[in-house]
Design a protein around this ligand. Structure first.
Ligand code: FE
Ligand code: FE
Ligand code: MG
Length: 172
C-alpha cells in the first residue's frame, strides 16, 4: 500500500531521494572501513590518541550507515545489497592508506570528512521544507561529520606542533 509517510514529501521525487541516500550509504560503509583499517595500520608518535579517535569515528560511520539504511527502507527503497556497489555509487570514494604515518593517516581522514560535510550539507539544502524526516537525519549526521573534522584537525595540529617543538629542542 502507498505509504502515508511518503505523502508528506513535497516537490521531490522519492526515487531521487532514495538514490542520493544510497550514495551516502556507500560513503558511510567506505568511511567505516577506512577508519577501521587506519586504526589497525597507523604508526608513529601519539598513535594511541589517533587510534582512540579513529575507532570512535568508525563506530559513528557505522551508526550513520544504519540511520541511512533505515530511511531508505522507510521510503520504500532497498539499501545497496552488495559491497560491489559501494565503489560504483560513492560520492567521496575511498582513500586507501598508502603511508601509515599518523600525520598522513589523519590528513586522509580529514579529506574524507570534508567530502562528507559537502554531501550532507547539499542533502540538507535539498530536503529542507520538502522531506523533513530525511532533513532531520541528514542534519544529525552533518553535525557529527563537522565534529569529526574538528576532532581530526585538532589532533593533527597537536601532533605536528609536538613534533616541531621536539625538533627545535633537539637543535638547541
Ligand atoms: Fe558518517
Ligand atoms: Fe565522519
Ligand atoms: Mg571524535
Amino acid at each position: 500500500m502507498a505509504r502515508v509517510g511518503n505523502s508528506i514529501i513535497k516537490g521531490l521525487e522519492v526515487s531521487h531521494i532514495i538514490e542520493l541516500l544510497n550514495k551516502a550509504y556507500a560513503d558511510e560503509w567506505l568511511a567505516y572501513y577506512q577508519y577501521f583499517i587506519e586504526s589497525k595500520v597507523v604508526k608513529g608518535i601519539m598513535k594511541d590518541a589517533a587510534i582512540a579517535e579513529l575507532n570512535q569515528h568508525a563506530a559513528d560511520e557505522l551508526r550513520h550507515a544504519n540511520m541511512v539504511a533505515d530511511r531508505i527502507l522507510q521510503l520504500g527503497g532497498t539499501p545497496l545489497l552488495s559491497p560491489n556497489e559501494w565503489m560504483k555509487k560513492t560520492n567521496c570514494g575511498y582513500e586507501e592508506p598508502k603511508n601509515f604515518d599518523v600525520v598522513s593517516i589523519l590528513q586522509d581522514a580529514i579529506k574524507g570528512e570534508q567530502c562528507a560535510i559537502k554531501i550532507y550539507s547539499s542533502l540538507v539544502d535539498l530536503t529542507r521544507d520538502k522531506d523533513i524526516v530525511t532533513y532531520d537525519i541528514a542534519s544529525q549526521i552533518l553535525a557529527d561529520e563537522v565534529e569529526h573534522e574538528e576532532d581530526l584537525q585538532t589532533l593533527h595540529d597537536d601532533i605536528t606542533e609536538f613534533v616541531d617543538d621536539l625538533k627545535k629542542s633537539l637543535n638547541k
